[in-house]
Design a binder for this molecule. Sequence first.
Ligand code: 13P
Length: 271
Amino acid sequence: MASVTTGQVQQSGRTPLIAGNWKMNFDHLQAIAFVQKLAWSLKDAGHDFGAVEVAVFPPFTDLRSVQTLVSADKLPIVYGSQDVSQYAPGAYTGDIAAAFLAQLDCTYAIIGHSERRTLFGDTDEIVAAKTAAAVASGLTPLICVGETADDLEQHGASAVPVAQLNAVLDAIPAGTDFVVAYEPVWAIGSGQAATPDQAQQVAAALRTAIADRKGDEAASATRILYGGSVKAENIAGFMRQPDVDGALVGGASLDVDGFSAIVRYQKHVGV
Ligand code: 13P
């Protein structure tokens, strides 16, 4: 492949994204309280939302409440869904169409999270179909990829994440913005994060895969996040990596102070 820009994060031209995946936590009242507190805490601290984008991913049932709050108070926080149907509106009991999420002003839709892949049977084909559906409704897909501990042992760190990404890239039309989250399954919820070097190696391999299929411009514009046991104490190491453009945070995103500290990694941890 041709060379891809891998300068320091600050020089990459990519706006860092710190995203909180709440998973199945917080009802809509808790969501309102949390987002309000998060916004106040970050504003109080003088956070520059243009310099580091902040996103939350509440359960579906919270999204209307979050939309109402964000829009009424003009909060500089964006939000998205944790999943999306691959189908257009119709007879699909229990599913949520991308068009409905777009109506709630969702910016992003997480697709292919390892919990969806392992617990709910989301195959690479389904992930690709969901991505196409999200894009068709104007949502930015946040595509999760990652290897299990067995994959790591058998194939090394990047083979499975790159294959998972390749399976979805054709579903994304040229010129469409998307985000990739590298989340090693063994690091999710385990307290055992990847090392910054491991995250960088896989992020670089993912960027190369994007360059190969989508071209250098798309590769250097696409944000690649790391996820898996991210917390305030380890975020700086990841953000120093040239190909890591942010974090997808699970457990630590449920605590306002902890999540704010991650968002403010530049100030707090001296990057
Ligand atoms: P933890 O931060 O709890 O390890 O979860 C990561 C994750 O799955 C985010 O999508």
